[in-house]
Ligand binder design. Structure first.
Ligand code: OAD
Length: 263
């Protein structure tokens, strides 16, 4: 395993692998949005350090106290709206523009990848753009402040819930299938800003493809660090733009990564 510090001394292996790659898969977690001011889950200041996951992110917790759950998700939704995509999100959108076979799967529900210009985003854990009825599965868009607390009950007898995946629930089948296939065919896998402890999402990093060059971008070590080809110990907003810049420097051998309006 090679290691780089993310301050300009990038592992040449990642750049070389990306230059050769026909297919690239990126898996992101909450760390990519940290530099947009959104807290992660498990690190210092992480949401699960001060909040009980079983109260806020489980079907049982929602059944017990839907007002508590919506109050929390409404605060998170408002924080997402205030946040802006950072250089890491933008760099990933540039990679998508430059590569024919590129897939981004995110565990995040904050929509910042879409706002940065990524078009095909597999949202493994759903998103906070919508609420869904727990009974009839109807959907409704969420405004910037989330769901008014006096509108939790749906006319069909069910309750509106955030359109996200909670612990104990299954990922959306089609989204999971597409993510798994993309991970399996990738020549390069970039794992960005995730502690890689929540399954099945974490399995996409290393479990479905024995031949890919896997690089982890994270200031901290994770359980997969010793199983990847390269760990870039820096923040997403520092390291990803460096990768994109390095790729675009050699115009003869790299994809066109120049910033340009969409054609
Ligand atoms: P975690 O909080 O578990 O991990 C965040 C990771 O981001 C850690 O490994 C940090 O070291 C890293 N990190 C922090 N700042 C970073 C930065 N600037 N650049 C790059 N990396 C940085 O969050 P997730 O892995 O996203 O699921 O958590 C996975 C799932 O657990 C979430 O989707 C959510 C949560 O419970 C559900 O709610 C179902």
């Amino acid at each position: 395993m090679a290691e780089a510090d993310g301050t300009g001394n990038l592992t040449a292996g990642v750049i070389a692998a990306l230059r050769e790659a026909r297919s690239v898969f990126v898996l992101t977690g909450s760390g990519i949005s940290a530099e947009s001011g959104l807290p992660t889950f498990r690190g210092v200041g992480g949401l699960w350090r001060t909040h009980r996951v079983e109260e806020l992110a489980s079907p049982d917790g929602f059944a017990r106290d839907p007002v508590l759950v919506w109050t929390w998700y409404n605060e998170r939704k408002a924080a997402h709206e205030r946040a802006q995509p950072n250089a890491g999100h933008f760099a990933i959108a540039q990679l998508e523009d430059a590569l024919d076979d590129f897939t981004l799967a995110t565990q995040n529900v904050d929509s910042l990848h879409l706002r940065a210009g990524s078009r095909k985003v597999l949202e493994l854990h759903g998103s906070l753009r919508e609420a869904r009825c727990s009974n009839c599965n109807a959907g409704r868009p969420l405004g910037a402040a989330g769901l008014p607390l006096d509108e939790i009950d749906h006319a069909c007898g069910g309750r509106w819930r955030p359109d996200i995946v909670w612990f104990g629930e299954s990922l959306p089948q089609d989204v999971w299938q597409r993510a798994r296939e993309a991970a399996a065919r990738a020549d390069v896998i970039l794992v960005v800003g995730t502690s890689a402890v929540v399954y099945p999402a974490a399995a996409l990093a290393t479990n479905y493809n024995r031949g890919a060059f896997v690089a982890e971008i994270n200031p901290e070590a994770t359980p997969i660090s010793d199983r990847v080809a390269c760990t870039l110990r820096g923040s997403a907003a520092e390291v990803l733009p460096q990768i994109v810049e390095a790729l675009s420097r050699d115009e003869t051998a790299s994809p066109d990564l120049s910033v340009r309006p969409r054609g």
